[in-house]
Ligand binder design. Structure first.
Ligand SMILES: Nc1ncnc2c1ncn2[C@@H]1O[C@H](COP(=O)(O)OP(=O)(O)OP(=O)(O)O)[C@@H](O)[C@H]1O
Length: 238
């Protein structure tokens, strides 16, 4: 990180965001005045009990859900202010998603999962699929389909796929849920490395306290509120 870069403008800035879910008497404050900023190259973990609002935070940060109040800025753009169509386009170009199971398409080889991304977003700025697979240690298995890969290998391909469009923001939901301890460390270490290398702002939701030492900051959600700021890595809090 250079001292002169206006970094928060390029990463993620969630400011005073609230989100109420449900209707009638059964409403819940899924997000209660949440603020968070993540800089390019920073890996932030969000932990917290089930139902505390972690998935809601990812959905709002990724422009999938519009909050009732507050703003979400990704790479300097106010996501909620975009029309639905522009927001979809913006997501493809600027936001990468990684889910629990890797979410790969069963019929496609590893390299084709990545190639598909270039076709979907048609971006000239996309990365070279083989080079990216090499970066995540999967070049030798580029021709394999998901059922021929281990859980950890599928996650590696999922991470590489999410990085294809050179996103500004990477949102990762429980990447180690299906993995044993050793594989979990490998995958989160890889996330940390790629976050720094690609200069992407990464938010990872996890229940896995074992992998938190690979993260720059750990925040905790409780009842829709975000707490914390334990510094476990090199990046200092602002
Ligand atoms: N579509 C919905 N309608 C009503 N309430 C919802 C809806 N989706 C989620 N909620 C509620 O919003 C709150 C936050 O849910 P959220 O899924 O964000 O939690 P979470 O921390 O991701 O949980 P988990 O760790 O179990 O995935 C919970 O009380 C949940 O029951």
């Amino acid at each position: 990180m250079t001292a002169t870069e206006p970094t928060t403008a390029l990463g993620l800035a969630v400011t005073d965001v609230s989100l109420t879910l449900g209707d009638g008497e059964a409403t819940v404050a899924a997000l209660d005045h949440v603020s968070l900023s993540v800089e390019p190259g920073e890996l932030v973990a969000v932990v917290g009990p089930s139902g505390s609002g972690k998935s809601s935070l990812l959905a709002v940060a990724g422009g999938l859900t519009t909050p009732d109040g507050g703003t979400v800025t990704v790479a300097g753009t106010d996501v909620a202010a975009l029309s639905r169509r522009r927001r979809t386009r913006f997501r493809l170009e600027h936001i990468g998603f990684v889910f629990q199971s890797g979410n790969l398409l069963p019929a496609l080889t590893a390299v084709d999962q990545l190639r598909l991304m270039t076709r979907i977003d048609g971006a000239a700025t996309g990365r070279d699929p083989m080079q990216l697979l090499d970066e995540v240690g999967m070049a030798d298995k580029a021709g394999r389909r998901p059922h021929q890969l281990s859980g950890g290998e599928r996650q590696r391909v999922g991470i590489a796929r999410a990085l294809m469009a050179r996103p500004s923001l990477l949102l990762v939901d429980e990447p180690t849920a299906a993995l044993d301890r050793a594989r979990s460390h490998d995958v989160v270490e890889l996330l940390a490395r790629e976050t720094a290398r690609a200069r992407v702002a990464t938010v990872m939701v996890t229940h896995d306290h074992d992998v938190l030492r690979h993260c720059d900051r750990v925040l905790e959600m409780v009842d829709g509120k975000l707490f914390g700021g334990t510094v476990t890595g090199a990046v200092q809090p602002r």
